[in-house]
Design a protein around this ligand. Sequence first.
Ligand SMILES: *[C@@H]1O[C@H](CO)[C@@H](O)[C@H](O)[C@H]1NC(C)=O
Ligand SMILES: *[C@@H]1O[C@H](CO)[C@@H](O)[C@H](O)[C@H]1NC(C)=O
Ligand SMILES: *[C@@H]1O[C@H](CO)[C@@H](O)[C@H](O)[C@H]1NC(C)=O
Ligand SMILES: *[C@@H]1O[C@H](CO)[C@@H](O)[C@H](O)[C@H]1NC(C)=O
Length: 498
Amino acid sequence: MGWGDVCIYLLYLLLQMGWGDLGILGQPEKETPNLDKMAAEGMLLLDFYTANPLCSPSRAALLTGRLPIRNGFYTTNDHARNGYTPQEIVGGIPDSEVLVSELLSQAGYRNKIIGKWHLGHRPQYLPLRHGFHEWFGAPNCHFGPYDNKATPNIPVYNGSEMVGRYYEDFAISRASGESNLTQLYVSEALDFIDRQAAAGRPFFLYWAPDATHGPLYASRGFLGTSRRGLYGDVVRELDDGVGRILARLRARGLDTNTLVFFTSDNGAAMVSRTQGGSNGPFLCGKQTTFEGGMREPAIAWWPSRIQPGQISHQLSTVMDLFTTALELAGAVPPSDRVYDGTSLLPTLLNGTEVDRPVFYYRGDELMAVRYGLYKAHFWTWTNGQDERSKGIDFCRGEDIPGVTTMQQVNYTDSPLLFHLGRDPGERYSIKPKSSEYKQAMRKLEEVVASHRAGLLPGEPQFNMCDSAVMNWAPPGCEKLGRCLKGPESKPYKCPWPH
Ligand SMILES: *[C@@H]1O[C@H](CO)[C@@H](O)[C@H](O)[C@H]1NC(C)=O
Ligand SMILES: *[C@@H]1O[C@H](CO)[C@@H](O)[C@H](O)[C@H]1NC(C)=O
Ligand SMILES: *[C@@H]1O[C@H](CO)[C@@H](O)[C@H](O)[C@H]1NC(C)=O
Ligand SMILES: *[C@@H]1O[C@H](CO)[C@@H](O)[C@H](O)[C@H]1NC(C)=O
């Protein structure tokens, strides 16, 4: 490819937004001018997917190029349950997994993650142990505040040591929704870009602020500025941050050498109602394997290489970013394992579109598959009646009989088939007796058979929990005099309700 003679910078923006949150995708308030401009200057990918309808597994897939079922980010405690890395989780990213950060590091890159890691918070799982040179952010979500007795507040790290905790040293006001965290994350990014530009070193920046995740926060300059309430304020602040980051690349003359990719780790959470985003025309949201749970807004930006104003329907996933990054850096991943990504360079640079499948997993179960415009569900499930009665609803009252089922329904013998071109909202299943059904299912079954044949599930990381492993005494707490005393170790099987 001849990439060796240019220094390619890589910047991932993982902003936890819904498909319908961008102005360019129809969000009527048009409050994302910078992301809209980024899309207009680059390529908008309309058929881009995450690897899981929940945060931690998607992030592990993004960094390993492998489905969560392979890299271990799932549970076998119960059938088809979403798991992630709350404070009680014992597991995390196994050392046997090779992250894009490790391979880029070997290729001479300087790597930084800013924001939420979510691949495990115990010392052996932290980013500086997995190929990142710098980190400013937190291992878990910014839930809280906690009392530091039953539950510790989440630590904020600078590098390999904590520098404080959310709510204590890094204020987030639950009353007003004010916090300066996004501003801090933007300055960290600008500072990193400046330093790498000065050093003339290739870099990989993974910018993963989590302000759109509840509890929502924005800084004073953005609070109350959106017609969509606090969620809109948050989106406006992140969008502004994207604008400032891209402007800094330009100012340092790095824009034509940097591939910047924006996407989200899961669909907007319908359960958050007005405190969450929009999935546009797609069914349900986060936690589900309907389109609203896994189809993500995605923009690729690389002035002079990616022609402006393009729209692609290439089926693609977060795992493709792994393969794409390695190809650009001239790095070769170990050949002893299966990867689920393919390089997006032919699409990004030449507009090529090729057929390939997308697999939708929930925990240990392959719930659905997409190939071309057809999507077949082998299993359907929103969430159970017990949760529904507590107001937890991953489908926001969108009730499609036989599709948005409150029980796990096994459709393996006669999958529910949708044509996402005619029916992007998965409302009208194709009749099993039709020739269209038979023809489409033949191909989908073939794709699934070949996927299953090569599948070697990893050791599940989300089976065991223990209050003793919470963030009581993170590395660096001694220096600050901020270590907390946790309880005795009492491992138990993590309950995953959905
Ligand atoms: C993080 O650590 C670096 C390197 O030690 C230091 O220069 C920087 O000021 C620290 N940043 C914060 C916000 O603590
Ligand atoms: C954010 O920063 C501003 C300006 O420094 C300060 O006045 C404000 O109190 C900070 N807000 C929080 C929640 O820390
Ligand atoms: C793009 O197309 C050109 C001309 O056909 C070809 O030489 C090049 O290898 C292609 N690049 C990619 C990344 O597919
Ligand atoms: C789902 O249905 C298929 C086909 O009938 C069957 O082989 C499989 O065991 C079922 N799975 C479960 C977990 O019941």
